[in-house]
Every structure is written in structure tokens, then in C-alpha cells.
Design a protein around this ligand. Structure first.
Ligand code: HEM
Length: 147
């Protein structure tokens, strides 16, 4: 049987956190439209999601930094290898995913007292940006791991 090493454990935690960050967004996107008439419940679902999602995002960053070392990449020489350049693109996508989710969670959603169609569209756009960016970040993560 294969040995479960330290780097394997860190990568596993990274993957589980990615499942929570991405899977949570998909689940919330599927549920929230059903709660259009129950705004308070929709708000509570959103808050519960955030209580799980942001710790997962923090775990992704911490384990991601450890992965970088475990993958033999060096921060000062990222642009010198194709894996390093892929990581740079991945980090831009991670930042975009976190930024779009953050603007929605902390700036836009709290202001949606009386949700209008316009702000619902804004939420959908920000949520989609965050999800697509996270999916692409995961794709480039798999590419780096397979390189
Ligand atoms: C939205 C945030 C993120 C998502 C969804 C994500 C997702 C993933 C996934 C799915 C893998 C593939 C694991 C595998 O195939 O075994 C991976 C690998 C990797 N991730 Fe992330 N990741 C995120 C953030 C980060 C951050 C912030 C960093 C660096 C600071 C990072 C660095 C890495 C590295 C270096 C690998 C390759 C590990 C290896 O070669 O063993 N990730 N990531």
C-alpha cells in the first residue's frame, strides 16, 4: 500500500477545502432562487454558507502556500518555469474568486434590504465570476500537480 506522506495530507486538505469553496457556491446558487419569497431565510442560508466558505478559503491559501514548496516551486523564480507561470495565473484567478465573493458577501448582500431585480442580477454576476474563477483555479491546480 502507498504511504500517506505529509505533502499528500496537505494536498488532501487543499482538495477538501476546494470542494467546500466550489461545492458550497454551487449549492447556494441552486437553493437561493427557491427562497425568493423568504428573504430572511435566504439571508440566514447565505450567512451559514459564509461561515463555512471563508474558513475553507483561508485553508486553501495556507495549504496552497505549503503546496508551492512541496511541488518544488520557488516564489522568486515563478516566471522561470511553465509550472510557475501556471501558478501565477492560478493565483490571479484565486484573487478574483475571493474578491468577487467578498464584494458580494461583505458589501453588496448586506445592503440588499429590499432586494430588487437589479441587485439580484448583481449577486448572480458576482457569484458566477467567483465560481468560474475558482473552477479555473482548480483546473490549473490539477495541471500543476500533474506536471
Ligand atoms: C480558490 C482557491 C483554490 C482552489 C479551488 C484550488 C484548487 C486546487 C486543486 C483542485 C488542486 C489539484 C490537486 C491535485 O490534483 O492533486 C490544486 C493544486 C495546487 N494548488 Fe490550489 N487551489 C486554490 C488556491 C491555491 C492557492 C492560494 C495556492 C498557492 C498559494 C495554491 C497552490 C496550489 C499548488 C502549488 C498545487 C499543486 C500541488 C502539487 O503539485 O502537489 N492553490 N489546487
Amino acid at each position: 500500500m502507498l504511504r500517506v506522506s505529509g505533502p499528500t495530507l496537505v494536498l488532501w486538505v487543499h482538495l477538501v477545502a476546494a470542494c467546500i469553496w466550489i461545492g458550497g457556491q454551487v449549492t447556494v446558487a441552486a437553493i437561493i432562487p427557491l427562497l425568493r419569497d423568504q428573504r430572511e431565510l435566504a439571508r440566514r442560508v447565505g450567512r451559514r454558507y459564509q461561515a463555512v466558505a471563508w474558513p475553507a478559503f483561508a485553508v486553501l491559501i495556507v495549504t496552497g502556500v505549503v503546496n508551492v514548496g512541496n511541488a518544488g516551486l520557488h516564489w522568486s523564480q515563478l516566471l522561470d518555469s511553465s509550472a510557475g507561470r501556471t501558478l501565477v495565473v492560478k493565483l490571479v484567478l484565486v484573487a478574483l474568486s475571493g474578491l468577487a465573493a467578498g464584494v458580494h458577501s461583505f458589501l453588496q448582500a448586506p445592503r440588499r434590504g429590499h432586494a430588487s431585480d437589479g441587485s439580484a442580477v448583481g449577486s448572480a454576476v458576482l457569484g458566477s465570476i467567483s465560481l468560474v474563477a475558482a473552477l479555473l483555479a482548480a483546473l490549473y491546480g490539477v495541471a500543476i500537480a500533474g506536471a
